[in-house]
Design a protein around this ligand. Structure first.
Ligand SMILES: [Zn+2]
Length: 388
């Protein structure tokens, strides 16, 4: 296996692209990413790529998809253009300007994941595309950080257009290790509607906050059950987890609360069926609602799924890509704790692994940075995989 030299520096082109990309404050869910995409489009069109867009419902953000050498087969290089906010974080450097400090390159998104996008653009600008034996595709998506929102429209568009890459690399920060599995995630909101009353007449009201708390306790119990049900030691937290992360209810100390709500989060092992993991919660909610309705016909408990990202599982159809990545110098790895767009690509029938520059420990933090040697390693691996 060719070894990567940690002292190798990234290319001037990758550095320049990183500076350009960081300067667009493409915060998920609010800022437009269209100007960033137009620049990438220009660079890719100049190299003969065919480009298509899929837009957010308000038209302010988009996915860019570009293909060279045909629509079918070949490798898809995919990354998200959005970044998490910087508000409330204590940055000692400018967040939307690239700052170079020795080996470190600072700026929001340097690690997660504009470093990968910069490497993709730099490599595709310099390699001899005519020498490629297979197509190459690029996907730059939006709103990944708020539930892999953008990529869903892109995947639908590809299916409708009959575009089918043979394999996909999602370049989330893994320090260039090949990751084949991660947990899935679902985020839920529960709203409880009861009936208000003066607290001196507590028996006449239907207490939404107390009912919500009963369900919260049941969720905690089910979480402990999940911990016993299935174990996968490849994960740092080796079981599926469920946690109530936000609770709100009531208005005053002397009013029986009419409404209460809470949010909870399920992170499930690839082997766990999320519907089965959640079934006891739904059953308990239905039973609690029936009890409330004995006293107030309008009372209700609603459970709304707000985010669902499938898990990523190692599958045999990825073996060729994995071997190619190892031959190109990517490092060994297996499982990570964070979710990515990879599970959605895989669910759409595109064999997918995660492999990208930077360390997830630096993602989303103040003074986010990526190492120059990580970009160098990424450029080298991409170049060798594409030209293999
Ligand atoms: Zn990311």
């Amino acid at each position: 296996m060719p070894m990567l030299d940690a002292s190798t520096d990234c290319s001037a082109a990758a550095l320049s692209w990183l500076a350009t990309l960081i300067a667009f404050p493409t915060i998920s869910g609010s800022s437009s990413n269209l100007d960033l995409l137009r620049l990438a489009e220009q660079a890719l069109r100049a190299r003969g790529f065919a480009v298509r867009y899929t837009y957010s419902p308000d038209g302010k953000r988009a996915n860019l998809y570009a293909s060279h050498g045909g629509a079918t087969g070949g490798i898809l290089l995919s990354g998200h253009t959005d970044v998490v906010p910087v508000a409330g974080q204590d940055w000692s450097r400018p967040s939307f300007t690239l700052t170079e400090d020795g080996e470190r390159l600072y700026g929001r998104g340097a690690c997660d994941m504009k470093g990968f996008l910069a490497c993709v653009l730099a490599v595709l600008q310099r390699i001899d595309l005519a020498a490629l034996r297979q197509p190459v595709h690029v996907a730059f998506t939006y709103d990944e950080e708020i539930g892999c929102v953008g990529v869903r429209g892109l995947i639908k568009d590809l299916a409708e257009a009959g575009i089918r890459p043979a394999a996909c690399i999602v370049g989330e920060p893994t320090r260039m290790a090949v990751i084949r599995a991660h947990k899935g995630r679902q985020a839920w909101r529960c709203c409880v509607q009861g009936r208000a009353a003066h607290s001196s007449l507590s028996g006449t009201g239907v207490n939404a906050a107390e009912t919500a708390c009963e369900l919260v306790a049941d969720i905690a119990r089910q979480a402990r059950q999940l911990q016993r049900d299935e174990v996968d030691e490849n994960f740092l937290v080796p079981y599926s987890t469920m946690a109530v992360c936000r609770v709100h209810g009531g208005t005053a100390t002397n009013v029986i609360p009419e409404a209460a709500e809470f949010d909870f989060d399920l992170r499930f092992l690839p082997s766990t069926d999320p519907e089965r993991a959640l079934a006891p919660v739904h059953e308990r909610a239905a039973a609690l609602q029936a009890g409330m309705r004995d006293r107030e016909p309008e009372a209700r408990i609603t459970l709304e799924r707000r985010t669902a990202v499938p898990a990523l599982t190692a599958r045999p159809d990825e073996d060729r890509l994995v071997q190619a990545l190892f031959a190109a110098g990517a490092a060994g790895g297996s499982h990570v704790a964070f979710t990515t767009e990879g599970g959605l690509y895989q669910a759409a029938g595109i064999p997918t692994v995660i492999c990208g520059p930077g360390d997830i420990a630096q993602a989303h933090t103040a003074d986010e940075f990526v190492l120059r040697s990580q970009l160098a390693a990424c450029e080298s691996v991409l170049e060798r995989v594409l030209l293999a």
